[in-house]
Design a protein around this ligand. Structure first.
Ligand code: MOS
Length: 722
């Protein structure tokens, strides 16, 4: 049966509704052992002794591993293209953050492993430590200028109107539906690792390197990943430990990390500080931005240079921009990427500062933004592949009813006495490309298998890939299997940076064209209404298979080589002849209850442009999800870190507060759906991350409009408004 594709339901909805075991830890394996880690109870120091006697005595315990068992693990910090924690726990006696695994118990049951992990008795020689970037022991690295256009200092010094402010964001933690886990199985010299990862290819290389295996003898399977917003980019800290244990024991081993440990060992959004100076003329033209970012980092982390200014320097046509950044080293677990890792914090700072400028000038915040739109990229002078920020702002203003806004803060009051605030902010996110391999195998009997580079992380990767294929080829939709996130299928890539869909769309187009050419070579073109299966049947060909290795725009074959080595081969947002970004404008209404100052967000309007929309349903969901997370970041989420112990005090979903359904009002999403043929033949750019960029700033700007309070840190809580 052939079905219309554009707004198709999720093609994996049925598997999910039926509760099929789709996540890595759900796959039943014969002889499976269960593992549990023992977390360090100090934040820095050395292990002097480990007594495992009581743990070993628990019935069902198979083995208790300590750092002495794992000293053969090689630490290969560069293997994930630098995008990897530089510290591998349990390879020595050093403790470098609170909660670091110091023992791994493997047992016949989860209960035995958990009980025994508690009984591992570790003696430490504790050292002093620094738990947050505000503590005196924090070690700032030197500032580095990462974007410089024009002479921002001179332009700022002569500006008629200036804003200077510091904005701060708290440490945030992913809390994926799929828990952090690793299941490893070593048999006949082959290691198979099942783990929810966005980067199965690099993970294979890193795991092989760490364990001294040939990468060809390792497969990483992540066919579904239950939430992949950057936390699953890296080789997770438990991963090679579990693989090593499976190799040593000759049985499959599974570790599912308890949520409280996830807060201490899994990658998270680091806290950051943003110092902005912004200069403008009296008519609202922004002339200069001097913007310094500081981000906390682990003492031993190889977190590569950050990237805060790539986006903020392109929000507007700011002729003079100097962006500097530095890392501040503390004793924490390695931070990492979390949805729009630089663009969300950066847009909070910039878009609040722009709002402060509008207030100072007495200008409407939408009009000010439109007056500063850019015709060309102010950093490189190149054209944008597409620039629709002005359209997003204008359309959003109309949908929201912005013209009815009364400018004075606190001047809009609801019937129940609540203060009404209307805020706006814009967001942009790079349009990147990546090599993508697609192998298409179509059978005369109706079965089609598409093997694809890319990971299904819940965003609907299979749905957009399937819809794209079905637009190009008349295949049986119900018998289409899409294999992705699986190193045994085709060469995988790192699915992040909102580049998965654009790369897949381009590769699918190429493989479909190649397939049609191959079919034509075999025996004439398709007749109208004829499916490719029928054609194969008529040709007496049971199966036809073709493969393409599609490069990202402007990439050469060396990108594929990088990929084969397990590296990261990304290109963009700067290309030889243009720069490319996705765009969004958020309009937010808040209501602040007059006595308790409780903040509600009854409605949001977001207008986004991600090029051609491949699947309206999944793209709309992504934008809504980004807005929800923006509201969470703005009003709820913060790790509460105890400076005396380095412990995250709210390490569970009861105390690490995220928005629930009752916190979310109406979120209206409109997608401009303007194809971007300059970026790729499919006209597609990413939407997953731009969705969140600017959302928190729009909330903060709305809170200011409601109350007159300019809160320059996130999250904004009731106590900030008392
Ligand atoms: Mo994303 S933070 O690029 O996985």
């Amino acid at each position: 049966m052939l079905t219309p594709t554009k707004d198709r339901l999720r093609i994996d909805a049925r598997e999910k509704v039926l509760g099929r075991p789709i996540f890595a830890a759900d796959v039943p394996l014969p002889g499976l052992l269960h593992a549990m880690t023992t977390p360090a109870r100090i934040a820095r120091g050395r292990i002097t002794a480990i007594d495992t006697a009581a743990a070993v005595a628990v019935p069902g315990v198979v083995r208790v591993f300590t750092h002495e068992d794992f000293s053969g693990i090689r630490v290969t910090p560069a293997t994930l293209g630098g995008n990897q924690p530089g510290f591998q726990p349990m390879t020595g006696p050093d403790v470098v953050f609170r909660g670091q695994p110091v023992a791994l118990v493997v047992a016949e049951t989860l209960e035995a492993a958990s009980e025994a992990a508690r009984l591992v008795d570790v003696t430490y020689d504790a050292a002093s430590f620094t738990a947050t970037m505000d503590d005196p022991g924090a070690e700032p690295q030197p500032f580095e200028t990462t974007i410089e256009a024009g002479d921002a200092a001179a332009a700022f010094a002569t500006s008629e109107m200036t804003v200077e402010a510091e904005y701060r964001l708290a440490q945030n933690h992913h809390n994926p539906i799929e828990m952090i886990s690793t299941t490893a199985h070593f048999e006949d010299g082959r290691l198979v690792v099942r783990e929810g990862t966005q980067n199965s290819n690099s993970m294979r290389a890193a795991t092989a390197g760490a364990l001294g295996l040939d990468p060809g003898a390792v497969d990483v399977l992540s066919p579904y990943c239950g939430g992949g917003f950057g936390q699953k980019n890296v080789l997770q800290l438990q991963s090679v430990l579990v693989s090593r244990a499976a190799m040593m024991l000759g049985r499959p081993v599974k570790l599912v990390m308890p949520r409280a440990q996830l807060f201490h060992t899994a990658s998270h959004r680091p806290a950051s500080r943003h110092h902005i100076r912004l200069g403008a003329s009296r008519d609202g033209r922004i002339a200069a931005v001097l913007y310094d970012t500081e981000q906390e980092n682990a003492r031993y982390d190889h977190f590569f240079r950050t990237g805060y200014h790539e986006a903020t320097s392109r929000h507007y046509g700011i002729p003079a921009y100097r962006g500097r950044e530095r890392l501040v080293r503390i004793d924490t677990s390695p931070p990492g990427h979390m949805r729009a890792p630089h663009e969300h914090p950066g847009s909070f700072a910039l878009e609040c500062a722009v709002d402060e400028l509008a207030g100072g000038l007495g200008m409407d915040p939408v009009a000010l933004r439109l007056a500063n739109d850019a015709a060309r990229d102010p950093v490189t002078g190149k054209p944008f592949s597409s620039r629709t920020l002005g359209q997003c702002l204008s359309r959003g203003a109309k949908l929201f009813g912005w013209d009815d806004r009364s400018a004075e803060p606190g001047s809009m009051v609801a019937g129940d006495g609540s203060l009404i605030g209307w805020g706006v902010a814009a967001g942009i996110y790079k349009g990147s490309m990546f090599p993508c391999v697609a192998r298409l195998r179509v059978q005369a009997n109706g079965v089609t298998r598409l093997s694809l580079s890319g990971h299904e992380m819940g965003q609907g990767f299979r749905s957009v890939a399937g819809a794209e294929l079905m637009e190009l080829l008349s295949i049986d939709a119900d018998r289409l299997e899409i294999r992705c996130g699986d190193t045994s299928a085709v060469q995988q890539h790192h699915t992040a940076g909102s580049w998965g869909a654009a790369g897949a769309a381009s590769a699918i187009r190429a493989v479909a064209e190649k397939f049609i050419a191959a079919l034509t070579d075999l025996g004439g073109a398709l007749s109208p209404g004829e499916s490719v299966h029928q054609r194969l049947m008529a040709l007496k060909r049971p199966v036809l298979e073709v493969e393409v290795e599609h490069l990202g725009t402007s990439q050469g074959p060396e990108a594929l080589e990088t990929l084969r080595r397990g590296g990261v081969a990304v290109v963009g947002p700067e290309y030889p002849d243009f720069v490319s970004f996705s765009w969004i404008a958020h309009f937010v209404e808040v209501r602040v209850e007059p006595s308790t100052r409780r903040i509600r967000v009854p409605r949001v309007v977001s207008v986004a442009d991600c090029g051609r929309v491949m699947n309206r349903r999944t793209a709309t969901s992504q934008v809504q999800g980004g807005v929800v997370w923006g509201i969470g970041a703005a009003l709820r989420e913060a790790a509460e870190i105890d400076p005396a112990t380095g412990f995250v005090l709210n390490a569970d979903l009861a105390d690490y507060v995220v928005p629930v359904n009752a916190d979310i009002g109406d979120i209206t999403v409109e997608l401009l759906d303007v194809p971007d043929p300059m970026l790729n033949a499919s006209g597609v750019r990413g939407v997953g991350e731009v969705a969140m960029v600017g959302a928190a700033a729009a909330v903060a700007n709305a809170v200011h409009h409601a109350t007159g309070r300019r809160v320059r840190h996130l999250p904004i809580r009731i106590e900030d408004l008392l």
